[in-house]
Design a binder for this molecule. Structure first.
Ligand code: NAP
Length: 401
């Protein structure tokens, strides 16, 4: 068994591949089991023994805490560094107390600056939209900063008191002494890096629309600056291939000409209503961390919900693939969770490794399975049909591979 190497910015992927996985908390073990079975069946079918994957389990999350006293052992961090690419189930983060998010920690530790969340409709899925087939939107979310950076000070803490004092004395800004304080950081370098990623993703995936989502009318020097930096990168990277919104209407009659990419922007609240009223107008949405999180869940809801949206956390050196949703603890160990999101995350991982045929095979099998009406309870309950369990849904996908 061999491991992935990175040579001059390119991955070298051996045919007898060893890949690590984290099961995750809550529904994590159920959906991970289902996912690995589908991925194995796919590799076996597509490559007929010429390629294989040996899965290596890594400790993390609640099970790891119970066993080893830590939610993220140093060995797991070291292993992901060695393997470079991993797939993970969702990990629980308590709200308003306790540990910081392990997901955020991983994104920061491995420099996974791009959170890529492609969401598309599969025929047969329930949707609140009239024409859900128009939804084919990839969210490219900045993954390392914004209010997610974890720079927060609890009410009454030394840090909060110090900041309140400094604001009062230096800037004549009054903040109540009972305030918890969080700091929003948006840098030029991270904004430009994510837009560069979004442009290259658009070119690689033949997407001709990139929309910058921001709340720059209110947060001028963070989200407004994000928009400006993104436009700077688009102009530089695309040159004459970039089309503005004004050119689109005045010169091109509303249609993006072949070989060109429309780059526009939307204020966050408008963006959230536009993805419902005119999803066909959007191809890639590039967004700072918090906006990107909100908008991708909202788009997922248009095509059946969180159970069907995959995600990749991608950096220059490492990549970790996962479901967009969380650990849904109420469904833990009940064999009812929908594993599609993680299965498709596995497909994204194969595409990242250059195993494009395996990616396509998984998407085709999932599409066929859903068209047949084989669905888990999250989707079946909306249609009033009989639901399959997590494992039985995986069986149905495997049968369609
Ligand atoms: P969630 O786990 O995504 O679940 C929210 C709801 O979405 C569920 O109650 C369920 O809806 C539906 N759902 C999500 N995944 C599903 C699936 N695979 N199959 C069927 N239904 C599914 O969100 P949450 O309750 O806000 O978060 C729970 C924990 O997960 C938190 O600790 C959070 O921090 C963590 N989290 C982790 C990640 C990650 O690891 N990357 C991401 C997000 C959240 P119904 O109740 O309508 O059936």
């Amino acid at each position: 068994m061999a491991m992935i190497e990175l040579k001059r910015g390119r991955l070298t992927v051996p045919d007898d591949l060893e890949l690590p996985y984290i099961e995750g908390d809550g529904i994590g073990p159920d959906i991970t089991r289902a996912t690995l079975r589908v991925l194995d069946a796919c590799v076996h079918k597509v490559y007929n023994g010429k390629k294989s994957v040996k899965w290596v389990k890594l400790d993390a999350g609640e099970e790891s805490f119970a066993k080893l006293g830590t939610y993220m052992p140093a060995e797991t961090i070291d292993a992901i560094k060695r393997y470079r690419v991993a797939i993970k189930g969702p990990l629980t983060t308590p709200v308003g107390k306790g540990i910081r998010s392990i997901n955020v920690l991983m994104r920061q530790t491995f420099g996974l600056y791009a959170n890529v969340r492609p969401v598309r409709f599969f025929p047969g899925l329930p949707s609140p939209l009239k024409s859900p087939e128009n939804v084919d939107i990839t969210v490219v979310r900045e993954n390392t900063e914004d209010v997610y950076a974890g720079i927060e000070f609890e009410k009454g803490s030394d840090g909060a008191k110090e900041i309140i004092k400094m604001m009062r004395e230096k800037f004549k800004i009054e903040i109540g002494n009972d305030a918890g304080i969080g700091i929003k950081v948006i840098t030029e370098s991270a904004s430009k890096r994510i837009m560069k990623y979004a442009v290259s993703y658009a070119l690689d995936h033949r997407k001709n629309r990139i929309t910058i989502m921001h709340k720059g009318n209110i947060m001028k020097f963070t989200e407004g600056a994000f928009m400006n930096w993104c436009y700077d990168v688009a102009k530089k990277e695309l040159g004459p291939a970039m089309v503005t919104e004004q050119e689109l209407t005045e010169k091109y009659g509303g249609r993006v000409p072949a070989g060109k990419v429309l780059v526009n922007d939307r204020i966050a609240d408008n963006m959230l209503q536009q993805i419902i009223t005119r999803p066909e107008d959007y191809g890639i949405i590039v967004a700072p961390n918090l906006n990107g999180d909100y908008v991708s869940d909202a788009i997922a809801a248009e095509v059946g919900g969180l159970g069907v949206a995959p995600g990749g956390n991608i950096g220059d050196d490492y990549a970790v693939f996962e479901a967009v949703h969380g650990s849904a603890p109420k469904y833990a160990n009940k064999n009812v969770a929908n594993p599609t999101s993680m299965i498709l995350a596995g497909a994204m991982m194969f595409a990242h490794l250059g195993w494009k045929e395996a990616h396509d095979e998984i998407y085709n099998a999932v599409e066929k399975t859903m068209k047949e009406g084989s669905l888990t309870q999250d989707l079946a309950r909306v249609l009033g049909t009989k639901a399959l369990g997590t494992a039985e849904f995986a069986d149905a996908v495997v049968k369609n591979i």
